[in-house]
Ligand binder design. Structure first.
Ligand code: UDX
Length: 458
């Protein structure tokens, strides 16, 4: 078993650290945030991720994992230091590598034994060569330090499972010593290992993520065409999925991809291509389609309603996908500001992400409109003039077609996740607009509600 240090305790670093401990390694996770370190030492996870807290507590009690801000003590005699720090997108689309550089320098100044530095963060191809040189330049002691690339493929919401049961472990190394050490670290996981060189490993990460992003944008593009020609994207996707070369996953058309990876990694590969004098046309197309997709329903609803001013708008789902409190690049963030600008009174439901959203859009009046956070989807729907579905949470799926009809003032639903059957909504008397399917051809009748006479709006 190895002595492992992990730099950064976000989704990548913390989950990796906890899973290494679970497999018997001795792990120290390093973060710069003292409060966060104390929180983790008390068994609380700073991120919402199923099963993570239990594993944190179990391995902490077993003495296999600890958390610290004292990087020197963590790095000095570590066999391997894994880097899971962020590489946020800069305005020009390139990756900001300042966190990587800071940790690399700390490692160089701390290590007292031979050490393998393993970069898990997603970094542009060629970065790890530079990181290795950077460490050599700042190395204080006469020890061997090599850099390996070991990209992370976990998805938020299933991060622990994705790490313990990964479909493959990519290890990009430049020496047998590094390759063997990584193979041994991963031995207790019993997973397929793909050894390649460092640059190929870096590229595998981008190429995989961008392929998935492309797959989604392709399905969204086809969905939009389906609507125009009278086909149904869900039937089309099902028909396609039987071809094993296409596969059944990631064929769901919707309101565009969000999250911390696809938007950033498509931009980064596009940027890398440009830097190398190449135009990556497919990835550019995926980016363009996604941008338009995010506000597609808003635009449709705008045409239908003329204005949102003074309307009660139910927003179901704020996070970029279910199972996470993460709002990064979430479709809600593209739509809510437009609705507020138009003077909408938004009633938003999200079982996990509402607090994070309220940090950006505090409850109360905002510009011409206002936002209120509610505990149940039904509360948002009560007397609403229109509803937008942005995230397919179980609680949202639990709302029946009849409830839209019964609760809303005007049963008008724009569903960015194709949760409902078109026929089911039609039968319930709901005017239903979704992605790539026939719009529910129901002329909604506006039935006066009891309290309507008191309402000054609409
Ligand atoms: C993704 C990759 O799946 C993971 O391998 C990588 O390490 C990080 O990026 P994540 O961003 O957590 O993971 O979520 P994922 O489940 O892949 O979904 C990304 C976005 O695509 C979400 O906004 C989701 O709603 C959207 N999506 C996904 C679709 O619109 N349709 C689909 O069929 C699948």
């Amino acid at each position: 078993m190895y002595k492992i240090a992990v730099a950064g305790t976000g989704y990548v670093g913390l989950v990796a650290g906890v899973c290494f401990a679970e497999k018997g390694h001795q792990v120290t996770c390093v973060d710069i945030d003292e409060e966060k370190v104390e929180l983790m030492r008390s068994g609380v996870s700073p991120i919402f991720e199923e099963g993570l807290e239990e594993l944190m507590q179990k391995n902490f009690e077993a003495g296999r994992i600890d958390y610290t801000i004292d990087y020197r003590s963590a790095y000095k005699d570590a066999d391997a230091v894994f880097l899971g720090v962020g590489t946020p997108e800069k305005p020009d689309g390139s990756a900001d590598l300042s966190y990587i550089a800071t940790v690399a320098r700390q490692v160089a100044e701390s290590v007292e034994n031979d050490c393998l530095v393993v970069v898990k963060s997603t970094v542009p191809v060629g970065t790890n060569d530079k990181v290795e040189q950077f460490i050599q330049d700042f190395l204080v002691n006469d020890v061997k330090v090599e850099v390996a690339s070991n990209p992370e493929f976990l998805a938020q919401g299933s991060a622990v499972h994705d790490t313990l049961y990964a479909e493959r472990i990519i290890i990009g190394t430049e020496s047998e010593w590094a390759e063997n050490m990584l193979k041994k670290i991963y031995e207790p996981f019993h997973l397929p290992i793909v050894p390649v060189n460092r640059r190929s490993a870096e590229m595998i990460k981008y190429a995989s993520n961008d392929f998935l992003a492309l797959k989604i944008s392709y399905m969204n593009d086809i969905a939009n065409l389906c609507e125009l020609v009278g086909a149904d994207i869900q039937d089309v996707a099902e028909g396609m999925s039987f071809d094993e070369r296409i596969g059944a996953k990631f064929l769901n058309a919707g309101i565009g991809f969000g999250g911390s990876c696809f938007p950033k990694d498509t931009q980064a590969l596009d940027y890398l291509a440009k830097q190398n004098g190449y135009e990556l046309q497919t990835v550019k197309a995926a980016i363009d389609v996604n941008k338009k997709q995010k506000t597609l329903l808003y635009k449709k609803a705008s045409n239908r309603l003329i204005t949102f001013n003074g309307l009660k708008v139910a927003v179901l789902g704020l996070t970029f996908k279910p199972g996470t409190d993460d709002l990064r690049e979430a479709p809600s963030l593209s739509n809510v500001p437009l609705l507020l600008e138009q003077g909408a009174d938004i009633y938003a439901f999200d079982p996990v992400g509402a607090d994070n959203f309220a940090n950006l859009y505090p409850e109360g009046p905002i510009g011409q409109g206002s936002i209120t956070y509610v505990q149940k989807p039904q509360e948002a729907l009560q007397d609403a003039n229109v509803c937008f579905i942005f995230t397919e949470w179980g609680e949202v799926k639990g709302v029946t077609p009849d409830q839209y009809k019964k609760l809303m003032r005007t049963p008008l639903v724009y569903d960015g996740r194709n949760i409902y059957g078109v026929e089911d909504m039609k039968r319930a008397g709901v005017e239903y607009h979704s992605i790539g399917r026939e719009p529910g051809k129901v002329e909604v009748t506006r039935e006066p509600k009891q309290n309507e006479l008191q309402s000054t709006r609409y």
